[in-house]
Design a binder for this molecule. Structure first.
Ligand code: TXA
Ligand code: MG
Length: 347
C-alpha cells in the first residue's frame, strides 16, 4: 500500500483533510497524540476497526480506546456516567486519561472486544483533536506499533512499524508524555487504575478522595485469571535484548549493583547497556549507559525510544535501574516489568 506522510507543521490543512477523508472512507490513519502515536479508524465502521487488529497483529480480545474531541461525545459512547466519573473526566480532559465506562449501543463489540465497558479518551494533542473534529466521528485507536513492540513516541518509530500498511501518516513531532494514557475504571464507587500512565494515581486520589491500583499493574496475570484490562496479560513493549530490572535502596547501592551485573554480563560476552537516571549514570564510569533524564517523568518520555535504540545498536542485555513506583514511576515500571518479562533483581 502507498503511504503518504504529512508534516503537520508545514502541511497542516493538507494533512488533516487527507487524514479525515481517509477515516471517513473507512481507511486507517496514523496520528500523533500527547502520549504515543495512534492508529485510528472510524469507531462506528466495523470493517475499518477490524482492519486495525489485522494491521497491528493484535489479539481480538484486547479492546480499543475510543478517542473524542468534545466531552459531550462521552455521553454518546457511555450508557451511564457517575458524578465521580464525570468529575475525573472534567479534571483530566483533555489529557492522557482514559475513562472506562459502561458502554452504550453506539459502541460495537469489535471495539470493546466483547466487554460491556468502553475506554474513552479526549486527548490534549491539538492535532489529534482537530483530526477527530474534521473526521466527524469518534476514532477508535490503539498505539501505532506492531503488537508486542514498544509504543511509538517519535515519527520515526511510527513510520518504521506502519509504513506501507496505512495510506496516511501524520507527523506531529515527538510525544510529550511518552507513555500511554492512564486507563481508569470509573464504573464503581472507587476509581481503579488498570494501566498507569500520564495521569498519576496520586493525581486521581487527590481528585476522587480514593484510588485503587489493579494488581495486574505490577504483577503477571495467570492463565486462569481474567485481566481487568485485557492488554495487561500480553507480553508487551519487548525489545529483542534480554531486559533485567535492578532495584536497590538508594542511588549508590543501585549504581554498585548495576556495575557488578554489567561487568559480569560483559565478561560473559553479552553486549550490555544500562538504562538509568542521570544521577546513577554519573556513578557508572565508562560503561555503556543511556541516560533517561532527571526523574521518572523524563524517563517516561524517553523509555520507548531507548528500548528501540538498544535493539538497533545490537545490545544483547539491557539493565534497567528501577525508577521507584511514585508518580510517573508506576507507569514506567509497569512498562519495564513487562519488557523484562518480570525479571527483577533486588540488590
Ligand atoms: O495513550 C493511549 O492510550 C494511546 C493513544 C493512541 O491514545 N492508546 C493506547 O491504546 O495505548 P492501546 O490499544 O495500545 O492500549 C489500550 C489499553 C489496553 O491495555 C486495553 O486492554 C485497555 O487499554 N482497554 C481498552 N478498553 C478497555 C476497557 N473497556 N476495559 C479495560 N481496559 C481497556
Ligand atoms: Mg498499545
Amino acid at each position: 500500500m502507498k503511504t503518504v506522510i504529512y508534516d503537520l507543521e508545514t502541511q497542516y490543512d493538507e494533512g488533516l483533510d487527507a487524514a479525515a477523508a481517509e477515516i471517513a472512507r473507512g481507511g486507517l490513519v496514523v496520528f500523533p497524540t500527547e502520549t504515543v502515536y495512534g492508529i485510528g479508524a472510524n469507531a462506528a465502521d466495523e470493517a475499518a476497526v477490524k482492519r486495525i487488529f489485522e494491521v497491528k497483529g493484535r489479539p481480538q480480545d484486547n479492546p480499543l480506546i475510543v478517542h473524542i474531541c468534545d466531552i459531550s461525545q462521552a455521553f454518546t459512547a457511555a450508557r451511564s456516567i457517575s458524578p465521580m466519573a464525570e468529575r475525573l473526566m472534567r479534571a483530566f480532559w483533555p489529557g492522557p486519561f482514559t475513562a472506562v465506562l459502561k458502554k452504550s449501543e453506539a459502541v460495537s463489540d469489535t471495539v470493546s472486544a466483547g466487554l460491556d465497558t468502553v475506554g474513552v479518551r479526549l486527548p490534549s494533542n491539538a492535532y489529534a483533536r482537530e483530526l477527530i473534529k474534521r473526521s466527524g466521528c469518534m476514532i477508535a485507536a490503539p498505539s501505532a506499533n506492531i503488537s508486542g513492540r514498544p509504543s511509538p513516541t517519535r515519527i520515526a518509530h511510527a513510520v518504521e512499524d506502519m509504513y506501507g500498511r496505512v495510506p496516511v501518516i501524520l507527523d506531529g513531532g515527538d510525544a510529550l508524555v511518552g507513555v500511554e494514557s492512564t486507563v481508569c475504571d470509573l464504573t464503581g464507587d472507587v476509581p481503579v487504575v488498570l494501566r498507569p500512565g500520564g495521569i498519576t494515581a496520586e493525581m486521581i486520589e487527590k481528585e476522587a478522595g480514593a484510588v485503587k491500583v489493579a494488581r495486574a499493574v505490577l504483577n503477571g496475570v495467570s492463565d486462569g485469571e481474567r485481566a481487568a484490562s485485557p492488554g495487561m496479560k500480553y507480553k508487551h513493549y519487548s525489545p529483542d535484548a534480554n531486559v533485567t530490572i535492578v532495584e536497590a535502596d538508594g542511588n549508590e547501592p543501585l549504581a554498585k549493583a548495576l556495575a557488578m551485573l554489567y561487568d559480569k554480563k560483559t565478561e560473559a560476552g553479552g553486549k550490555t547497556l544500562v538504562l538509568c537516571l542521570d544521577e546513577t549514570a554519573a556513578l557508572l564510569g565508562k560503561r555503556d549507559c543511556a541516560c533517561l533524564g532527571k526523574n521518572a517523568e523524563e524517563a517516561a518520555r524517553r523509555i520507548f525510544d531507548e528500548l528501540r535504540r538498544a535493539d538497533e545498536d545490537g545490545y544483547d542485555e539491557v539493565l534497567f535501574a528501577s525508577t521507584g513506583l511514585e508518580g510517573m514511576g508506576l507507569a514506567v515500571m509497569n512498562r519495564m516489568i513487562r519488557a523484562a518479562g518480570f525479571n527483577v533483581i533486588k540488590a
